[in-house]
Design a binder for this molecule. Structure first.
Ligand code: CTP
Ligand code: MG
Length: 257
């Protein structure tokens, strides 16, 4: 069911148990080069276990019942090929746009291309190709419950230091207060749009490495839900071995957090 199909006057969203709630769109920034992964195709288009990372990502997003629309920001010049490659992967409506030179610009390009009816927008890195559908649902549910912005987090295992440009430590934040942040991050759509509008204004903030940071800058509160080890970001060559393991366990990564 899509939001357009809801009858007038229905309490929205009110899906039947067997129906796709259909109130969630996911933006997938996938335009990065994958420099840390080493030479080769852009990261989202590299293959693991016979499929591109982007294909693994889209499969898992589409397996989340709330997801009714996916917008991919593809590496420059690949949008038509990416759309053709992804067409057989899912029957969830899927749009592909050209990404930008930064992650933030890629997310913005996908956001401004998003069709109207989705009140909840998730942003999910293609590089986190094995994030399980249950995690997608957990984030979406927390937005549906009334949070403006929701991020999945894990406890930090290392001690984290703040350092200056000369290599000297300037602070040691208490580890118990720190969290490692993943995607998908979820937002009330109007809040995400306001945050991205503010970020592109002439006196907008510095570039941010995640969307929650943009939302924090406009004063909205960001709520944390438990993340998932399977949602790790594939970044360095050593991560490809873990990716192969996660790809080889589709039942687990498709079914559990
Ligand atoms: N991304 C994007 N557009 C960019 C840069 C990054 O859509 N201009 C996306 C990446 O494709 C990835 C996500 O943002 O899915 C997180 O970025 P990261 O893991 O840093 O990926 P890359 O930028 O591709 O990798 P690297 O920094 O090693 O080059
Ligand atoms: Mg990068």
């Amino acid at each position: 069911m899509t939001p357009q199909q809801l009858s007038p006057g229905s309490v929205y969203p009110r899906p039947g148990p067997e129906l796709r709630p259909g109130d969630v769109a996911v933006l997938v920034p996938a335009a990065g080069l994958g420099t840390r992964l080493g030479p080769g195709a852009p990261k989202a288009l590299r293959e693991v276990a016979g499929a591109t990372l982007l294909t693994h990502t889209v499969r898992r997003l589409a397996a989340a019942p709330s997801v009714a629309c996916i917008v991919v920001a593809a590496p420059t010049g690949t949008a038509a090929d990416v759309a053709a490659d992804l067409a057989p992967v899912t029957d969830v409506p899927l749009h592909v746009v050209d990404g930008g030179p930064t992650r933030q610009e890629s997310v913005a390009a996908a956001l401004w291309a998003l069709p109207d009816p989705y009140p909840i927008v998730l942003v999910h890195d293609a590089a986190r190709a094995f994030a399980p559908p249950d995690l997608v649902e957990r984030v979406a549910a927390a937005v549906r419950d009334g949070h403006d912005a929701v991020i999945p987090v894990l406890p930090v295992v290392d001690t984290i230091k703040q350092v200056d440009g000369d290599g000297y430590v300037t602070a040691t934040p208490e580890r118990a207060t720190l969290r490692a942040v993943q995607t998908p991050q979820g937002f009330r759509r109007s809040v995400l749009e306001q945050a991205h509008r503010a970020a592109r204004s002439p006196d907008g903030a510095l570039p941010a490495t995640d969307d929650a940071a943009l939302v924090e800058r406009i004063g909205a509160r960001v709520f944390c839900v438990p993340g998932s080890a399977a949602a790790m970001k594939i970044t360095n060559p050593a991560d490809l071995a873990t990716a192969e393991l996660l790809a080889a366990e589709p039942a687990r990564t498709l079914a559990q957090p």
